[in-house]
Design a binder for this molecule. Structure first.
Ligand code: ZN
Ligand code: FE
Length: 267
């Protein structure tokens, strides 16, 4: 059943490709899409829920996040917001940290954070209009139980970017762009097997996937308690890295993070 009544803004999950999530922020009448890697599922969702698109937000330049933009623009002449420091031809409203985005026709406002590492110009959007629900749209920077690969940035940059996200309030809902959670948690559990919160989470998220339910959004609080890429200074994780011969004893936290990211690449 569809409804055209205007309500407080909510976030609709739109699965795409093998494991991407595209996000539609809407109030029952107007909608803004985040990272439309594909146009077809967004057009279908807009049609099904009778929504009018008013803007496109992009976090970084990879095709699975921007591929649907040209087709969406054929249907809706809307502004495209995105990172100033990733080269994306369609971006008419380039953003850097400190900028604020008011979503057209929606009562939602985002602050922009620079979160380089996965790509040079990757940005994240943090809701800042004082609504009860806190939202973070972080693309491929922070994942549920993991983080994005370092395609263009350094471990130092990614550590700084993740620290900005970890500093957000614990109840911030984290809308990341991929369903990588179970694979991420298998790695996390192997290197921090005595983390009880992590072991409990493995069961919770596995049950969700068995029921076909997304594990995203997650929250900053859950990630701080269970995500090794926010916990690389924890003693058990450092010991796992040292025991595996992947880290020199006494190495810096950034070196531990880099070793962790490297290990996950081949895990
Ligand atoms: Zn990406
Ligand atoms: Fe991606």
């Amino acid at each position: 059943m569809t409804s055209t009544a205007k309500h407080a803004a909510t976030v609709l999950t739109v699965p795409a490709f093998a494991d991407n999530y595209l996000w539609l922020i809407h109030d029952g009448v107007h909608a803004v899409v985040v990272d439309p890697g594909d146009a077809a599922p967004i057009l279908a969702a807009l049609n099904q829920h009778r929504l009018t698109l008013t803007a496109i937000l992009l976090t970084h330049h990879h095709a699975d996040h921007i591929g649907g933009v040209p087709e969406l623009l054929q249907h809706y002449a809307v502004p495209v917001f995105g990172p100033r420091n990733d080269a994306i031809a369609a971006v008419a409203r380039p953003l850097v940290e400190g900028d604020v985005v008011s979503l057209p026709r929606l009562d939602v406002e985002f602050a922009v954070l620079d979160v380089p590492g996965h790509t040079r110009g990757h940005i994240a959007y943090v809701r800042r209009d004082g609504a009860a629900e806190r939202w973070l749209f972080c693309g491929d920077t922070l994942f549920a139980g993991g983080c994005g690969r370092l395609f263009e940035g350094t471990p130092e940059q990614m550590v700084a970017s993740l620290s900005k996200l970890a500093a957000l309030p614990d109840d911030t809902q984290v809308f990341c762009a991929h369903e990588y959670t179970l694979s991420n948690l298998r790695f996390a559990a192997a290197i921090e097997p005595n983390n009880l919160a992590l072991m409990a989470r493995v069961r919770i998220e596995a049950a969700k996937r068995e029921d076909g339910v997304p594990t995203v959004p997650t929250s900053i609080g859950v990630e701080k308690a269970t995500n090794p890429f926010l916990r690389y200074s924890e003693q058990e994780i450092v010991e796992s890295l040292v025991e595996a011969g992947r880290l020199a004893p006494g190495a810096s936290p950034v070196a531990a993070f880099a070793a962790l990211r490297q290990w996950k690449n081949s895990f």
